[in-house]
Design a protein. Structure first.
Length: 287
């Protein structure tokens, strides 16, 4: 087993000219220190190219993820299998004539799961991030962006930095860019920048949230991936209400599956019971 002290030493060495810190003896406090140091560190520091550090880090994270329990996407039941909601074919023109905008069709290809998206062995998981794409810099902050970066390891921020630098600009709202997933069970991460809601949900916010889903699925199709897992984008600190966001996300995914050539399973991941109920509500009210 990797000694977490050996992982902390090169991270602390990066700050040798700024402060001196004593590594605590308590293992849980050592984990908190590791999480804090990884969250606050800028890309390009010395540990980034330290092969011994990277190996120790990867061993540690692999064991931590296995301890938490990897979720096999093949074992997840579709909405059709779990709730007996049958897939449908819809006449779009007929719907438009009677003023309907959306009917849920792909219940056999969409799963609803409550848990940790970072533990899914999907071909691609989606991270809800900001324009800089570098993850969260607040130590031990309880947000999805921070969680994904911590479990992926330090190389994820390095790659994100390189992607933004190569593009010569950050993510625009509604866009997505892809990186490797490193220590996560998934193969890839699609990083997308969703809208922020300030009191009122605007038409533009709905279009941007729809675009986030479409952009992530476009990237999955380019890579010829089959399984994609989505969080409820923008529902955290971006303040998009759960039910309204789940309706937009569900519709965007469901309509995309009409023409998808490779993607044949999408997991919508709810982080808690309230979020799960919001998605299920949206599904049942689109029948």
């Amino acid at each position: 087993m990797s000694d977490i002290k050996d992982i902390l030493k090169p991270l602390l060495y990066e700050y040798k000219d700024k402060f001196e810190v004593v590594i605590p003896e308590d293992y849980e406090k050592q984990k908190l220190m590791y999480n804090s140091l990884v969250s606050v560190r800028a890309p390009g520091l010395s540990a980034s190219v330290d092969e011994d550090f990277l190996k120790l880090q990867d061993d540690y994270l692999t064991k931590e993820i296995k301890k938490q329990g990897i979720v096999n996407c093949d074992s997840l039941l579709s909405v059709y299998e779990e709730y007996n909601i049958e897939p449908k074919k819809v006449d779009v023109e007929a719907m438009m004539k009677v003023g309907e905008t959306f009917k849920f069709c792909h219940s056999d290809k969409i799963c609803l799961y409550m848990g940790d998206i970072a533990l899914l062995d999907a071909d691609m998981i989606v991270d809800s991030t900001d324009s800089k794409m570098l993850g969260c810099f607040i130590p031990n902050h309880n947000c999805l962006d921070n969680h994904i970066h911590l479990l992926s390891g330090t190389r994820l921020r390095e790659e994100c930095y390189g992607v933004v630098k190569s593009a010569k600009r950050g993510l625009r709202c509604g866009e997505a860019r892809v990186t490797r997933a490193y220590n996560l069970p998934a193969k890839y991460i699609a990083h997308t920048f969703g809208p922020t809601i300030d009191n009122v949900i605007t038409d533009q916010a709905e279009r941007e949230l729809t675009s986030c889903c479409q952009a992530c699925l476009d990237e999955a199709e380019k890579l010829r991936l089959k399984t994609v897992a989505f969080p409820l984008i923008s529902t955290g600190e971006s303040n998009y209400p759960l039910v309204e966001a789940s309706k937009v996300i569900l519709q965007a995914i469901d309509e995309y599956l009409d023409q998808a050539e490779c993607v044949d399973k999408v997991v919508i991941v709810a982080h808690d019971e309230e979020a799960y109920d919001a998605v299920l509500f949206s599904i049942k009210h689109s029948l």
